[in-house]
Design a protein around this ligand. Structure first.
Ligand code: ME8
Length: 549
């Protein structure tokens, strides 16, 4: 993630045949936290832009619409609204939500394809292959054979089909793609995925079909027509990938291009790490900085699927948010989720464990301890400048300016390396250091001597100011994951950062944002109440049989 230019992050655009579930919310949450972190780092210095949206021209949208006595557009409207609602409930802050059925997108796709035709990269031919109707994807002869001619995803038989078709000359881009991946290790994250993609590119790339025929079947009439060929429509994947470009193809937004980070699940890595950059090379556009592909959320150890009916639905996430707070849910998903190459299981016991350890007994308990002591011993006012306290109270092992600067540097470096869990971890380390410091310095004992001893009173003041300042920075570093709860702490401690100040400025001890003597530190409401591990998982009260595919 480069810091010099605008920061543009995208999520996949989601199919609207179905309603949102944990997977869709997770990728979008990661994007939300990453962009909030970038805003924090940059302050007002340089724009950030966060795009999400829906992919609407899939055949399965038509099938699903017809099954519900609806039209594709009405069905897409209804489900796109469900995605917007779910994303609002998760506290996401996208700058735009693109739908591929919108004119701003539909009108641009044929122009981009015309450009590829003019370059000789798109040509007419005939395609015979094994079609996976559920996935709307052709499998190569080898892949179909390996899968025993049934869909590896749905288990339904593959269909052998021959159809007139437009092809994209993907083979032409094998060498430049390979060179790009070799020269830019950051282009595909994590590394295991990059190795996978490189291996496949080195084995050679075939040209790929990018159109589907239009027939009397209503399912084939939904979608964007190939330019100059009303009998063909653009394959939904090509239509969908272009959304990242069409959304910012306006004079004001053009400087955002290309995306800094594109987030997606491992299921669609091939389209994003191979087809997408090849399309961009063909139309002469610069490539995105990083394609970041995460693993799967599993439910009780199993892949979530329609046939198993074990999707963790938005209603269940909402039940967790109601019971433990939205920020606790965000924290769990982000810190225990499948951000790297591995999958992660959604397990209630693990949720409660992380909730108690990191939140109730962690940042929650620590801010309340420090707030209470400042309340009790100093009338709720910080007794001394944090900068002076750092010099006054030198305890072996607790060099606060170094600990705080180290946490900020570690978080920043991790974020730049697309390691969000690494970026969130240093805040927790700071909280643990504050707990350790309280154990060593024992402010409650110092307080007993303070009334008669000015030196002890100064010591107590310095201890508490050091704690408060470290926790202020911890709250800032946790705020991309938990915007509401951390804003609550910063409000109660009268240190809400001014808009536009970059993190480096906010955390400088000798700067104007460090805590000052006299700052009101309210005891505040309990942030996270410890949870009983024996309590059953919250249930989606009032979950009804809402329309789905
Ligand atoms: O593929 N765990 O849309 P889609 C984690 N429209 N993430 C998951 C997940 C899980 N179990 N299940 C889904 C499409 N996801 C296309 C994309 S982009 C130009 C077109 C997330 O609705 C993950 O990000 O099937 C995955 O890549 C995406 O949802 C697939 O969403």
């Amino acid at each position: 993630m480069s810091s010099s230019r605008a920061f543009y992050v995208t999520t996949p655009i989601y199919y609207v045949n179905d309603r949102p579930h944990i997977g869709h919310c997770f990728t979008t949450l990661v994007a939300d936290a990453v962009v909030r972190f970038e805003r924090l780092l940059r302050g007002g210095d340089g724009a950030t832009f966060f795009l999400t949206g829906t992919d609407e021209h899939a055949d399965k949208v038509v099938t699903s619409a017809l099954a519900h006595q609806s039209t594709p557009q009405a069905w897409a409207d209804q489900n796109a609204a469900e995605f917007r609602k779910a994303f609002a409930a998760m506290g996401f802050s996208p700058d735009d939500f693109i739908r591929t059925s919108e004119p701003r997108h539909k009108e641009k796709v044929p122009r981009l394809i015309e450009l590829m035709i003019a370059r000789g990269d798109v040509y007419r031919g005939e395609y015979t292959g094994w079609y996976d109707a559920g996935q709307e994807e052709y499998l190569t002869e080898t892949a179909a054979k390996e899968a025993s001619f049934v869909s590896p995803v749905t288990g339904k038989p593959l269909q052998k089909r021959t159809e007139p078709c437009w092809f994209f000359r993907l083979s032409k881009f094998a060498a430049p793609l390979q060179a790009h991946l070799e020269a830019h290790p950051e282009f595909v994250r994590p590394d295991a995925r990059r190795a996978e993609v490189l291996g496949r590119i080195r084995a050679g790339l075939n040209d790929v079909p990018i159109s589907r025929p239009v027939t009397d079947d209503p399912a084939t009439q939904w979608g964007v027509r190939m330019p100059g060929d009303p009998q063909s429509r653009v394959y939904v994947w090509i239509d969908a990938l272009f959304n990242y470009l069409t959304a910012v193809d306006t004079p004001e937004r053009r400087p955002l291009w290309p995306p800094s980070v594109q987030l997606l699940g491992k299921d669609i890595l091939w389209f994003h790490a191979v087809i997408w950059p090849a399309l961009l090379m063909s139309i002469g556009e610069p490539l995105p900085g990083t394609i970041w592909s995460h693993g799967w959320w599993l439910a009780e150890g199993r892949k979530m699927s329609k046939s198993l009916g074990n999707f963790i639905a938005i209603e269940q996430l909402e039940a967790y948010a109601r019971r433990y707070s939205l920020d606790a849910l965000r924290w769990y998903l982000l810190t225990q989720g499948p951000l790297g190459a591995n999958d992660a299981d959604f397990v209630h016991a693990k949720f409660v464990e992380a909730f108690n350890a990191d939140l109730a007994n962690g940042i929650g308990n620590c801010t309340s301890r420090v707030g209470n002591m400042i309340g009790k011993y100093f009338d709720g006012k910080l007794p001394v400048d944090a900068a002076a306290a750092a010099k006054a109270s030198v305890v072996p092992g607790f060099d606060w300016p170094a600990l705080v600067a180290g946490a900020v540097a570690k978080a920043t470096a991790a974020l730049r390396a697309c390691d969000l869990q690494g970026a969130l971890a240093p805040a927790g380390e700071l909280v643990r250091a504050v707990d350790g410091y309280i154990n060593v310095t024992q402010p409650f004992k110092v307080a007993k001597l303070a009334p008669d001893d000015p030196a002890k009173r100064a010591e107590l003041a310095a201890i508490l100011a050091n704690c408060a300042e470290a926790l202020r920075v911890a709250a800032l570093l946790m705020s991309p994951a938990m915007p509401d709860k951390m804003a609550q702490v910063l409000r109660e401690w009268s240190c809400v950062p001014p808009a536009g100040a970059p993190l480096a400025e906010l955390v400088r001890l000798d700067g104007s944002h460090a805590l000052r003597a006299g700052t009101a530190i309210a005891k505040g409401a309990i942030l996270f109440q410890r949870a009983d591990p024996a309590e059953p998982p919250p249930t989606a009260a009032g979950a009804t049989d809402r329309p789905s595919s």
